[in-house]
Design a protein around this ligand. Structure first.
Ligand code: ADP
Ligand code: MG
Length: 268
């Protein structure tokens, strides 16, 4: 077998295989086990909603998937290839920062608190990853950024600074910033939790539009109605493990696990 073939020995990835896979992921902080063997797959074009109580490890799982911090053990595979670590080493050896930065471009993340740069306009916030990470020229980056702002309904706010935008608008800029990098998967960490109730809808509408356009999305959320309407699959996370994964109808109308029935009795 050729040494140059990545993951030689594993069967080749095909587009019908999961685009992102998480295998037996473990993570502790100061001796506290936060992820205890998470297994998770997402197919191309699929939308997964992740529900679960606060402190159950949902954000940690997303940060690990986005390569913002390393797992203690387990694998994250993008199109069948291990990411974040050297493919050929066991035990795992973390990739150098430059390689991590390159791989991170392929996994977009939208945070609860938007994380926009306050000193940059909406357009500049969206352009930044293109010019600084991808090396795209200013003019082209600006055109791409404008088309993404258009897509989230904000081309008329391109020159505004974050402080001049509502929370819902800031979050839509953050979505445009993630989208412009053309990621394979988009991760959302409670994207509407920091918003006033009247601004939640405009962000969920943009997300639903992306889902309808075929974007692959993992959405940690408390928005049960959104999960039911938009997700292909709903996952319950608790104490660092996945308790139940099912279609929305099964998940909400016929929960299999006592833990899920208890969770649903609180959210309904
Ligand atoms: P969730 O997103 O489900 O609310 P988190 O992944 O944020 O859960 O957190 C899970 C647990 O891990 C919590 O007990 C939290 O305090 C702890 N934790 C998360 N990140 C860190 C960190 N960087 N350092 C120490 N503890 C952390
Ligand atoms: Mg969280």
């Amino acid at each position: 077998m050729s040494k140059n073939v990545p993951n030689a020995g594993l069967s080749a990835w095909t587009p019908s295989d999961p685009v992102l896979q998480v295998r037996d992921l473990h993570k502790s902080y100061h001796g506290q086990q936060v992820l205890q063997g998470v297994e998770f797959d997402i197919n191309q074009g699929q939308v997964k909603a992740v529900l679960g109580p606060s402190g159950s490890g949902k954000s940690t799982m997303l940060r690990l998937m986005a390569l913002l911090e390393p797992a203690d053990s387990g694998d994250i595979l993008l199109r069948g290839r291990r990411i974040g670590v050297r493919e050929d080493k066991t035990p795992a050896v973390l990739l150098p920062e430059r390689e991590l930065a390159r791989q991170r471009r392929d996994i977009g993340m939208v945070f609860q608190k938007f994380n926009l740069f306050p000193h940059l306009s909406a357009c500049r916030n969206v352009m930044l990853g293109l010019t600084s990470v991808k090396g795209v020229h200013h003019k082209e980056a600006e055109e791409l950024a404008m088309s993404m702002l258009e897509r989230v309904g904000l081309s008329h706010r391109a020159g505004h600074y974050p402080s001049e935008l509502s929370g819902g608008q800031q979050q839509r800029v953050a979505i445009a910033r993630a989208l412009v990098m053309n990621p394979s998967v988009l991760l959302f960490d409670e994207p509407t939790s920091a918003l006033d109730p009247e601004l939640v809808g405009e962000v969920l509408d943009v997300m639903e539009g992306l889902a309808n356009d075929g974007m692959t999305m993992i959405v940690v959320t408390h928005e049960v109605r959104f999960a039911r309407r938009v997700a292909d699959e709903v996952t319950l996370f608790d104490s660092g493990v996945i308790v139940e994964q099912a279609t929305p109808d099964e998940f909400f109308d016929n929960p299999q696990h006592a833990r899920n029935r208890k969770f649903l009795s609180h959210v309904h």
